[in-house]
Design a protein around this ligand. Structure first.
Ligand SMILES: Cc1cc2nc3c(=O)[nH]c(=O)nc-3n(C[C@H](O)[C@H](O)[C@H](O)COP(=O)(O)O)c2cc1C
Length: 203
């Protein structure tokens, strides 16, 4: 009986550590050059009704790179005050919670839990294909205002990319910081500053 209990604990520990260290390599970002900036600007809008269609890994890679990827050796697709790069993007899908490691173009698994329902206070949030969570390291940020500007730039990059692919999105300030901090396993100076739902529109 004791051996069985010990074995169960070892198996549980191994599976938990496995989930935590699991890394998902993303395909290289591949943005089509057919859509124009004019098309993107004319079609950007908020979407709050989503279809059940999922985003494939290529789309997720493209969306994250457009928002906050590296377009030069150590610089990003969006600006940050004094180049502090204080934001980290997390992605929630029905399959789990992931941290975007932009440098290595991969997702690090935070948990295999479906926390879509907890990503915001509006019911449509759990019907989106993904929710992107913007986490700021306050110890790195110049100040809250500058971080707000940075998040605005990232989220608009994503919104414009989505517009070119007829993918819906909406940036959201309505979320529970404490719940998300807990689910994302954030510590210290890391706080959630913005969220963005992404997915194919219902119509
Ligand atoms: C900082 C910020 C916070 C927002 N928060 C929410 C939100 O919590 N929920 C929501 O449904 N829309 C939210 N929005 C989206 C706005 O409601 C939307 O942009 C506005 O109604 C204009 O519509 P449009 O984006 O289609 O032009 C937010 C937008 C911004 C810029």
């Amino acid at each position: 009986m004791k051996r069985k209990t010990l074995l169960s604990i070892v198996v549980l520990l191994c599976s938990t550590m496995g989930a935590m260290s699991q890394v998902i390599n993303l395909p290289a970002p591949a943005l089509s050059d057919t859509a124009t900036l004019k098309y993107a600007l004319e079609n950007r809008h908020s979407t709050r009704e989503y279809s059940a269609k999922k985003l494939n890994r290529q789309e997720i890679a493209n969306i994250l790179w457009a928002g906050w990827g590296y377009n030069r050796k150590d610089k990003r697709t969006a600006p940050s005050a004094i180049d502090r790069q204080e934001i980290t993007l997390y992605v929630c899908t029905q399959e789990g919670v992931y941290m975007y490691d932009a440098e290595n173009n991969r997702l690090e698994t935070i948990s295999n839990k479906n926390i879509m329902k907890l990503c915001g206070k509006q019911p449509f949030v759990e019907t989106a294909a993904a929710n992107i969570i913007y986490v700021c390291n306050k110890a790195v940020s110049v100040n809250a205002e500058m971080t707000g500007v940075c998040c605005g730039a990232i989220s608009q990059n994503i919104a414009l990319y989505c517009a070119t692919k007829n993918i819906g999105n909406v940036v959201r300030a309505s979320f529970d910081n404490d719940i998300l901090r807990q689910q994302l396993k954030l510590s210290g100076d890391n706080v959630v500053v913005l969220t963005q739902s992404i997915g194919y529109p219902a119509k």
